[in-house]
Structures are given as structure tokens and as C-alpha cells.
Design a protein around this ligand. Structure first.
Ligand code: PLP
Length: 404
């Protein structure tokens, strides 16, 4: 009997982010269907006979049927469907890394002569791709100051096709007024793209605020275990099908094993992010009151310039706390080295807390003066909380701050 049960019967998608993280996009086709998503490790798919092939080519192959690994894979599709359910978008596409998602999406939106506007604090490699690579192909770019929507509006031209930002941004966690951004761009038919890696769909769903395309480095919170690289873009059918067509050509597809890990990771996203929100807020509040700390940037603090916007748009403020420790680069390094819980590593969003000094990581090749000109002082620390106990995490950082 249950063998005959049509698709979608007893399928619970959930109305809250926590339930959708577990059940959203899940396919329960029949009794005996595996509960965990199978890893379909195949580069290609077969046809019964030539008539079957022709039926497929004519578009009558049946839902979910795949042809070749670069064009689709059921495990990857399961991850994409879950992400679309979480973001509240018509569709989503997965890629081999966050940068593969970002570069393919941007490329699909522009042509020679197009103009792109980026907020100057968007992800460094995204900026590099647009300003240092696409310019070779006649795509022009303008950088505008963080969250400055008046500057954005002034920068728009008749050729502007795309506006790109991150929300919150790295490392200062600025949150843009997404609704106003959408209100500026929509009537001009300019696409908006938000990198919401730091927020995750648990804390912020940019599509609900009028944003066209949402991208993530799935390497971070979506995977959540610091063990897999991946990326995703979510949005409406039209733009997503342009991105899909280009992915078929550029080929930066997600591997089925990686898709399995990401799909599995997302099931625990809501509880992980809730805990990381809690720990980061507690850490930020204690740091702000500490005499050794010059300044803290965390959108959950009333002192953060984006606090009002973040409180309106976000249901949690994320797991990253940026702070400046009084002292020179070496003194700040001594404080970082004295921390016993976090490991020193790039990245964020996994179960292990990670810490880094931007001056010694992303901006290492620059002098102190050059870093300062970019707004990156030598006393900065970026702390990405993991899932260790909140009180232990906070106590560890406070003890390290006693280091001379
Ligand atoms: N976007 C943000 C905000 C990031 O932090 C990163 C990586 O650090 C990326 C995109 C790129 O993602 P990936 O490393 O998965 O290519």
C-alpha cells in the first residue's frame, strides 16, 4: 500500500527555520526509502534504449532524472532543494566552493559594457574578481563605502546590472539596509546579490527583504564542521536558470560526497547557529566591558553602527566577534597565543572555535600603514565561536586578555 503512496504525502516541510533545516526539500518517495540522503557516486546516467534517450531529450524523461554528472546529481540536488526551502526562494544551485558560486553567478549577470557596484567591504576575493579580472572583459566596477546607500544610488548608471554586498560584512559586521537597497535597484531592473555567509538563513533571509540572489560559502556554517568546501546561490527561477546554464559550461559543480556532508550539516544548522549566536553575544558583551579591549564590533551590541538595522532584519547576530586589543601587533599576538580553546586558522562557522588576526592572515603582505589605509588596524582580532561551552569560551578569552 505504502509503495503506492504518491510523492509529497506525509511530507513535512516545516514553517520554522529549525524544522525546514531538518525537513525542507526532503524527498520521501516510498516506504523503504533511505532516511539519510544516499550518496550517488556516478559521473553519468544510463538510458534504457534510444527511444528512452529521445524521450529524455524531448523533455519527457521524468522528474529528477539526470543525464551527466556536470549537469546534475541527486545528492547535490537534495542539498540544493533544502537550501531553497530554507532561503524561501524558488531554487538554489550548489558549487564546489563559495567562490565558484560567486564567480559563476556574477558572470551570468554581466556582459561586456556592464557596470557592477560593490560595497567596498564585500568579500576580498569577490572584489578582486570584479575589479581585477572582469575589467579585462570590459565590465566596469565602482566601489562604494560600507552600507552607504546614498553613494550607491549616486554610483548607478544606465549600464549598472548588479549590486554586490555581504551582510554582515567581514570583519566589521556592517549590515546594509536590504529593503532600501532593493527599493533602489528593483525599479531600475538592477539585480542585487548578497553574500549572507556570516548570517546563515537561520539569522537572515535576504530574499524576504527583496534581494534577488543570495550566496553562501557553504564551507562555513552550512557545512558546520570545518571539513568540506562548497558554495550555493539561491534565487528566483529566471536568474538561477542563467547561472545553471553557465555552471554547465564552467563546471564548478559540487562533488556528491561534499553534497552529502553539506546536506547533513544543514540539518543541525538551527541549533548550531542558536548556540553560536548566544556565545558570541555573551563574548561580545564581556569584551566590551573589558579595560584591555579598545573596541568591539558585533551587530548584537547597541554600540554597533548597524545595530538598529540588524535588529530589524536579523533574528540572531551570528557567531563572529571582532575586537581590538590595546597594544601593538606583538602584544595582540601574545593574547591570541594565550587563548587555549580556539585554534588559529582562517574560516568560521564550524564546531571548533577559530581565531585570527587579520594583520597576520588576509592582510599579511601589507605594511601596517597600508593595512590602516584599508581600515585594518594591527590590533584587530576576529573570533569565530564554535560549539564549546559559552562560559568556558568567555573565561578563556578573558584569561588571555591578562597576558601583558
Ligand atoms: N564569502 C565569504 C563571506 C567568505 O568568508 C568566504 C571565505 O572565506 C567566501 C565567500 C569564499 O568561500 P569559499 O572559501 O568556500 O570559496
Amino acid at each position: 500500500m505504502s509503495e503506492q503512496r504518491p510523492r509529497d504525502v506525509r511530507q513535512f516541510a516545516g514553517t520554522t527555520e529549525a524544522s525546514r533545516a531538518v525537513h525542507g526539500g526532503e524527498r520521501r518517495v516510498r516506504a523503504g526509502h533511505p532516511l539519510a540522503e544516499p550518496i550517488v557516486q556516478s559521473a553519468t546516467y544510463t538510458f534504457d534504449d534510444t527511444a528512452d534517450l529521445v524521450r529524455y531529450m524531448e523533455g519527457h524523461g521524468g522528474e529528477g532524472r539526470e543525464e551527466y554528472g556536470r549537469y546534475g546529481n541527486p545528492t547535490v540536488r537534495a542539498f540544493e532543494e533544502k537550501l531553497a526551502a530554507l532561503e524561501g526562494t524558488a531554487d538554489a544551485l550548489a558549487f564546489a566552493s563559495g567562490m565558484a558560486a560567486i564567480t559563476t553567478t556574477i558572470l551570468a549577470m554581466v556582459k561586456s559594457g556592464s557596470h557592477v557596484v560593490l560595497f567596498s567591504d564585500c568579500y576580498r576575493r569577490t572584489r578582486q574578481f570584479v575589479t581585477g579580472f572582469l575589467d579585462r572583459f570590459g565590465v566596469r566596477a565602482t566601489l562604494v563605502p560600507p552600507a552607504d546607500l546614498d553613494a550607491l544610488e549616486a554610483a548607478l548608471t544606465k549600464d549598472t546590472r548588479l549590486v554586490v554586498s555581504e551582510a554582515p560584512t567581514n570583519p566589521y559586521q556592517t549590515v546594509l539596509d536590504l529593503e532600501r537597497l532593493a527599493a533602489i535597484c528593483r525599479p531600475r531592473r538592477i539585480k542585487t546579490m548578497i553574500d549572507a555567509t556570516f548570517a546563515t538563513p537561520i539569522n537572515l533571509r535576504p530574499a524576504a527583504h527583496g534581494i534577488d540572489l543570495v550566496v553562501h560559502s557553504a564551507t562555513k556554517y552550512l557545512g558546520g564542521h570545518n571539513d568540506v568546501l562548497g558554495g550555493v546561490v539561491a534565487g528566483p527561477e529566471g536568474p538561477i536558470s542563467l547561472v545553471r546554464d553557465l555552471r554547465h559550461v564552467l563546471g564548478g559543480v559540487l562533488d556528491p560526497h561534499a553534497a552529502y556532508l553539506l546536506h547533513r550539516g544543514v540539518k543541525t544548522l538551527a541549533v548550531r547557529v542558536a548556540q553560536q549566536n548566544r556565545s558570541a553575544l555573551a563574548l561580545a558583551a564581556r569584551l566590551e566591558a573589558h579595560p584591555r579591549v579598545r573596541r568591539v564590533w558585533y551587530p548584537g551590541l547597541a554600540s554597533h553602527p548597524s545595530h538598529a538595522i540588524a535588529s530589524r532584519l536579523m533574528s540572531g547576530f551570528g557567531g563572529v566577534v571582532t575586537f581590538a586589543v590595546k597594544g601593538d601587533l606583538a602584544a595582540v599576538s601574545r593574547v591570541v597565543d594565550a587563548m587555549k580553546i580556539p585554534r588559529i586558522a582562517p574560516s568560521l562557522g564550524g564546531v571548533e572555535s577559530l581565531v585570527e588576526q587579520p594583520a597576520l592572515m588576509s592582510y599579511f603582505e601589507l605594511s601596517s600603514e597600508e593595512r590602516l589605509a584599508l581600515g585594518m588596524s594591527d590590533d584587530l582580532v576576529r573570533y569565530a565561536v564554535g560549539l564549546e561551552d559559552t562560559d568556558e569560551l568567555v573565561a578563556d578569552v578573558l584569561a588571555a586578555l591578562e597576558t601583558p
